[in-house]
Every structure is written in structure tokens, then in C-alpha cells.
Design a protein around this ligand. Structure first.
Ligand SMILES: Nc1ncnc2c1ncn2[C@@H]1O[C@H](COP(=O)(O)OP(=O)(O)O)[C@@H](O)[C@H]1O
Ligand SMILES: [Mg+2]
Length: 338
């Protein structure tokens, strides 16, 4: 699919029941300091997100905004400090034993660095066989090999038999990411969490990986989370977008709406920073990671206040609740109407 075709897809807000849902999730990390003097970093502040079957949600924001923390919490690598995460309505914090093991296969992650997530001394076949043996005991002998070949085919690695015996270093970055995706799919997950899956790849192969994820999402009806710091790619893969800043979701809605009609000043800044070939000089506002405040228990108000052209005194005091600015589209800004 070309970029134009991807963009031309109708964008509808889903009313389907969520597969997985974060409800007002907070996550704190201890930053250091002595016992009574500890500083608590608020990595997530009241994040609510929903993933539904066959659809993707893009999580967009600069480095340090809490995107990976969200993915790790959905994968149950971290416990929420407050709030809950529900999988088909059940709180995942209650999952134990066999139910937890099954959850670990139902929710799969794909990471930024495919090389780091593959063992360099083992073959591609080994990487696929292990999770299949662990999570799909019904498959034995030849059926396992047939499944591995079908998986490699499905991620575009053909002829599949050639790839089974190769080791990760014999593949290109894009091919390694395809293997990582095949491994995630080998346990037939319902949820796929892709954490910046193309950011370490050559620009020329990024679209191929996004197209592959799009096809797999449709074919397998995956509920997908697509994490990116590049808001321009969000609309090509994800029907919905949530924009994060310092652990807060500041704007959320249909991806096309978010990019065509951004309402939060932070989203507007991200859109302006996208290089535009039609402009003579790409406008890239000065952005430094140090501009993002460290959000702690003692922080209050809107975290974007120090960079916001619209900020007034109320912004220093309180963070507004999400304000509806269109169908399924919300923004957390006191001055969203101005
Ligand atoms: N295990 C951890 N311990 C302490 N701080 C953490 C931990 N994981 C993440 N953080 C902090 O939480 C914030 C959000 O991090 P992260 O979710 O990785 O952001 P992003 O993926 O958007 O770049 C950062 O300030 C990061 O330093
Ligand atoms: Mg991250």
C-alpha cells in the first residue's frame, strides 16, 4: 500500500468493546533521596487508553513522555501505582499462575532494536520454536516446522526455509524486525505493542515494516499500540492517536483529526515540527529534552506551561480534565477554545 492509499482509508471512531483498557493509570518511580526525602517521579499521571480489535492506537510524544512505560504496564512488566488495566474486563493485577502465563502470550511486544531482542548465537528457527513449544503444546513435530515456515512467509521472509537456519547477524535490520514480529505472532496474541518499531531502521525500509504491521493487524484482527515520536507516521498506521507530554495524555482522537486539526498547543508544535517539503524552509521549533519538566509528586498545573504560548495563571495551578473538541476528540487545555 502506498502512503496515499493508506491515508485515504476511512477513519471511524470505534465503539467496539476494548480488548485492553488503561483506566486512570498512575505510575511513580522513586528518583532517589534519603528515606523521608525521596523524590517520586510521576512517569504516568491518570492515563486512560483503549485498544480494540483490528485497530491501532498511536502513542506519540517526545522522549521521556511515558510511552514505553505505558507499553510495559500493558505487558504487566510494571504494576500501576494507582488505577487499573483491564483485559476483556478483568483486572490484569489479579492474573496469577496459568492465567498470567496465558496473558503473557495474549499480549506481545515488538521493540525498537530487533538485534537487541534476538540472541546472536541462535538461529531464526530457534527464536520461533521456543515460544511455540511453550505456549502452543497442541503443535508437535512437523506441525511446528510448518507453523514456523508459515510465520516467516506471513512476515514477507521468502523462501522461508532459507531463513530458518540463518542467524540474526546474517539478516538486514528490516529482516530482523520481521523476525521479531514473526516471533511475537507465533503465540497468536490478541494485542501487539510496537515500541518505536521502525526508529532504528533505515528510512527506506520503514514503510515496508509499517505496511506489514498494517496487513497483520487486519488479517489477525490485532488490537495494536503503535509507539512513535514521529506524529507524521501515526496517521498511516493508526486509526486513533494519543499525544503524551510529561506522563499526561494531552490530546486524543481520530488520527486524521489530530493531524489536520490539532487542538492542544503541544500537538500543534509537534505538527509544525514535521518537515514539510512544500515549505521552503522546514520550521523546526527549538526542542530540547530538558524543556520537558520532571513531573514529581509536588508538581502541579499543566506540565506544558513553560513552553506554552497560551499559558495563563490558571495553567500554573490546575490541569484541566479532557475537553471534547469533536467526535471522539478530546484535549486537555484551559484555552482550547481560543
Ligand atoms: N524503571 C524506571 N525507573 C525509574 N524511572 C523510570 C523507569 N522507567 C522509566 N522511567 C522514567 O519515566 C519517564 C518516562 O519514561 P519512558 O516511558 O521510557 O518514556 P518514553 O518511552 O516516552 O521515552 C522518564 O523520565 C524515565 O526516565
Ligand atoms: Mg520509549
Amino acid at each position: 500500500m502506498s502512503l496515499a492509499e493508506l491515508e485515504a482509508r476511512p477513519v471511524l471512531t470505534s465503539n467496539a468493546d476494548p480488548v485492553i483498557e488503561m483506566d486512570e493509570v498512575h505510575k511513580e518511580f522513586v528518583l532517589g533521596g534519603a528515606f523521608l526525602n525521596q523524590t517520586f517521579l510521576r512517569a504516568l499521571s491518570g492515563v486512560s487508553l483503549k485498544l480494540t480489535r483490528g485497530r491501532a492506537l498511536a502513542l506519540v510524544g517526545e522522549s521521556g513522555s511515558g510511552k514505553s512505560t505505558c507499553a510495559r504496564m500493558l505487558a504487566r512488566a510494571y504494576e500501576p501505582s494507582a488505577g487499573s488495566i483491564r483485559f476483556h474486563g478483568d483486572d490484569i493485577a489479579t492474573f496469577k499462575g496459568q492465567r498470567l502465563q496465558r496473558y503473557r502470550s495474549e499480549v506481545q511486544m515488538v521493540f525498537q532494536d530487533p538485534f537487541g531482542s534476538l540472541n546472536p548465537t541462535q538461529s531464526i528457527g530457534y527464536h520461533l520454536e521456543r515460544p511455540i513449544r511453550l505456549h502452543r503444546p497442541e503443535l508437535k513435530g512437523k506441525a511446528i516446522e510448518a507453523e514456523m515456515l508459515a510465520l516467516l512467509e506471513s512476515v514477507g521472509l521468502r523462501p522461508a526455509a532459507d531463513y530458518l537456519k540463518r542467524r540474526p547477524h546474517e539478516l538486514s535490520g528490516g529482516q530482523r524486525q520481521r523476525v521479531a514480529i514473526a516471533r511475537a505472532l507465533s503465540v497468536r496474541p490478541q494485542v501487539l505493542l510496537a515500541d518505536e518499531p521502525t526508529s532504528m531502521l533505515d528510512v527506506s525500509v520503514r514503510l515496508g515494516i509499517l505496511n506489514l504491521l498494517e496487513d497483520l493487524k487486519q488479517q489477525r484482527q490485532l488490537a495494536a499500540l503503535y509507539i512513535t515520536h514521529d506524529i507524521a507516521t501515526a496517521r498511516y498506521f493508526a486509526e486513533e492517536t494519543a499525544v503524551m507530554y510529561a506522563g499526561h495524555v494531552v490530546e486524543q482522537g481520530p488520527s486524521q483529526e489530530i493531524t489536520d486539526n490539532p487542538r492542544h498547543p503541544y500537538t500543534q508544535l509537534l505538527i509544525e515540527a514535521v518537515p514539510n517539503p512544500n515549505r521552503k524552509i522546514a520550521v523546526v521549533p527549538g526542542r530540547r529534552a530538558t524543556d520537558i519538566p520532571l513531573w514529581t509528586r509536588s508538581s502541579r498545573g499543566c506540565p506544558f506551561v513553560s513552553r506554552c504560548p497560551r499559558a495563563t495563571s490558571v495553567c500554573k495551578e490546575t490541569m484541566p480534565k479532557p475537553v471534547s473538541v469533536g467526535p471522539g476528540h478530546t484535549a486537555r487545555c484551559h484555552h482550547v477554545a481560543s
